[in-house]
Write a protein that binds this ligand. Sequence first.
Ligand code: PHE
Length: 340
Amino acid sequence: MQEKIEQLKVKILEAVKSVNSSKELHETKMKFLGKTGEVSDLLKGMREVPKEERPAVGKIINDLRVWAEGVFDEIEEKIKKIELEARYKAEAIDVTLPGKKTATGAYHPNTLVKNELISIFSGMGFEIFEGPEIENDYYNFTALNTPADHPARDMQDTFYITEDLLLRTQTSAGQIRVMENKKPPIKILSPGKVYRSDDDATHSPMFSQMEGLVVDEGVTLCDLKGMLDEFAKKIFGENVKTRLRPSYFPFTEPSVEVDVSCFECGGKGCRLCKGTGWIEVLGAGMVNRHVLEGCGVDPDKYSGFAFGMGIERIAMLKYGINNMKLLFEGDVRFLKQFKD
Ligand code: PHE
């Protein structure tokens, strides 16, 4: 038996020498120590051993098992180490490689201007109100002092949905919705899309406006001028001046057209200002007392001013965009250029 065991030991040591992987190690281990392995076979042979010798033989075989397990454990540790090294090598990451670029978007110039306007006016205490794009005739025209037979209706070619419903032609419709629902003091800013059946090089059937409305006791045209001065400096530059020209809107009286001094040439005259030194940026005026009355606001107690501007127009001026179509085409090569 002793001899058999010694032979088996040699055999195990031999077998272990050629083991190169965990898998091979497991197979070899099973060959000797598994249920049907050679060491187990020895135990099976115990039946032939005389009874009195069995404990001693059993001990020898058991010692062999313990010894063999020790051998396999040792090898296992070595192999694991080697395999781990190999895995580290295979999975190594070169942290010095440049990263993959993720494409990031950019804000549309309209959004940039809208956000800037909101930031400027909310700094002056304005709140945002967004009215519906589908309006009825009353809010878009009648309540704005433009009844059915009023010639000013022709100022804006309207998309009608039904006889009474239309796509709003101006964010001014929101003025009425606000005044109907809120008591003065009122200070709102209302951005949104508007629609007119115009389509040429300088007009799009859909464009964006920003409306402002202030109603309180003692509000004057002077307040409007002062506030617009401040706004023009913030958006076009510190040296920009504003001027008011008389104009006409049915819902304001007096009505004005607001120009800013050309920020490109400083007022000397250039292509941007068409040689005049001034650029028209918005329409405004004192809220017509009929409009106030119609909304239940006492025109003898309160007065207000309103202004409205085209966001695309401001964006074109501010970013030097010479073709309005660019703002509607969504070409990423164009849009990419406008990072905050
Ligand atoms: N709603 C006018 C327009 O679309 C602009 C405007 C707004 C004028 C507010 C005066 C006051 O042309």
